[in-house]
Ligand binder design. Structure first.
Ligand code: AMP
Ligand code: GLY
Length: 420
């Protein structure tokens, strides 16, 4: 069995490390992968969004299964193209990936099916958007419709900020065509929870809950990033809340997508806020979270490949998914300056030749390159350091102990993961 994983970040590295435990899988390949992934899989230099090159590679190399991990190839329809060739895939098709690739689609879906979310209006006309802002109270949340690397959300504290945000998205096209349409929504408050789930379009099985830390600096300060660290499970997510989410959000979403003619197969990501009015959806993603995956898959006991195959075959109800009764913490080491501009190409000290450390946490490579016998920084988020423990405290202690042994120029990581 040959499996190809599309993508190049810490999430893909975590998926690959989980698949490495499978005896059936004789070869794992990654397109394009990164310096650390190269230690666990064979990297092929194909861009994650190059659908025709991926298709040709899969057909000429007899790949049996393709896991499409990032949002953009899913939104572009990579799964549709591969499935047409008879290739088994993990990930939604283009139509169901709209749940992430279009916020207008996902908000309208929630409204139509009564799934709790912030109240909102959508706009394709800048004049109407600005006049809505004039008559609103604040804070107000302004979102570009399309994919924007997790940066297309602006929380405007006052009218002036809101006008600037609308202009930057719709007029200056700060996020490109993603901003042709916008959603303006009510500002919600409460703890945030990431609930990843496996679904085959009929059955949905939530994974262990987690808590991302999106702001770049300690104390939840500074701009939003792709995620600076995660803990799993999420301490705010009680059994009672989970039961409410299952009934009011998870099952209705799967059924809504089915009714709309785009049943979702893959990993469905629920970004939730536990508001005083109950749990609400902040966003959906059509894929595993990054870095959430790096704190969730280490807790999975059941074979990841068995689950993925069951999702592909529409047989998720037949599989029993078990989790370790433990905690996992992932601390992200980033390049100084991220999420704004940053330099790369700095040597990373403290890693062994396999890209990990002896007697410490697991290291997932997010943005690294291997050259001249060593690892170098090659992205904004560089490493994810994940540790498992019987308690959250022991997991965090281990992750931070390992982080303390790793250095590169201008490295930055939050020291307060798990405190929020
Ligand atoms: P998103 O990319 O939609 O997950 O948004 C990024 C972050 O912005 C979320 O994790 C929240 O912290 C914040 N956010 C998004 N929508 C809202 C909202 N309606 N109310 C308050 N915060 C929000
Ligand atoms: N960590 C947030 C995301 O994957 O979208």
């Amino acid at each position: 069995m040959k499996v190809l994983v599309i993508g190049s970040g810490g999430r893909e590295h975590a998926i690959i490390k989980a698949l490495k435990k499978e005896e059936r899988i004789k070869q794992i390949l990654a397109a394009p992968g990164n310096g650390g992934i190269n230690c666990d899989a064979e990297c092929v230099p194909i861009k994650a969004t190059d659908i025709s090159a991926v298709k040709e590679f899969v057909l000429t190399n007899n790949i049996n299964y393709v896991i499409v991990a990032p949002d953009d190839p899913l939104a572009l329809g990579m799964v549709d193209v591969l499935e047409k060739e008879g290739i088994r895939c993990f990930g939604p098709n283009k139509s169901s990936a709209r749940i992430e690739s279009s916020k207008v689609f996902s908000k309208n879906l929630m409204k139509k099916y009564g799934i709790p979310t912030a109240s909102y209006e959508t706009f394709s006309d800048i004049k109407q958007a600005l006049s809505y802002v004039e008559s609103s109270s604040f804070p107000l949340v302004i979102k570009a419709d399309g994919l924007a690397l997790g940066k297309g959300v602006i929380i405007a504290e006052n009218k002036a900020d809101a006008i600037t945000a609308v202009n930057s998205i719709m007029l200056e096209k700060k996020f490109g065509e993603s901003g042709s349409n916008i959603v303006i929504e009510e500002f919600l408050t409460g703890p945030e929870v990431t609930a990843l789930s496996f679904t085959d379009g009929k059955t949905i099985v939530p994974m262990i809950s987690s808590m991302d830390h999106k702001r770049v600096f300690d104390g939840n300060k500074g701009p939003n990033t792709g995620g600076m660290g995660v803990i799993a499970p999420n301490p705010h997510y009680t059994k009672e809340i989970a039961a409410v989410c299952e009934k009011t959000i998870f099952l209705p979403t799967v059924s809504a997508l089915q009714k709309e003619g785009c049943p979702f197969k893959g990993c469905l990501y629920f970004g939730l806020m536990l508001t005083p009015r109950g749990p609400m959806v902040i966003e959906y993603n059509c894929r595993f979270g990054d870095p959430e995956t790096q704190a969730i898959l280490p807790l999975l006991e059941t074979s990841l490949f068995d689950i993925m195959s069951a999702v592909t075959d529409g047989k998720l109800s037949e599989i029993d998914i078990r989790w370790k009764n433990a905690h996992c913490a992932c601390v992200v080491m980033a390049s100084g300056g991220y999420p704004q501009s940053y330099k790369t190409g700095f040597a990373i000290n403290g890693l062994n030749s396999a890209g990990g450390v002896e007697n410490g946490a697991v290291i997932y490579h997010a943005g690294t390159e291997y050259k001249e016998g060593g690892f170098f920084t090659a992205g904004g988020r560089v490493l994810g350091i994940s540790a498992t423990g019987n308690t959250l405290e022991t997991a965090l202690e281990e992750a931070y102990k390992t982080a303390g042994k790793l250095t590169f120029k201008d490295a930055h990581y939050r020291k307060d993961i798990g405190k929020y």
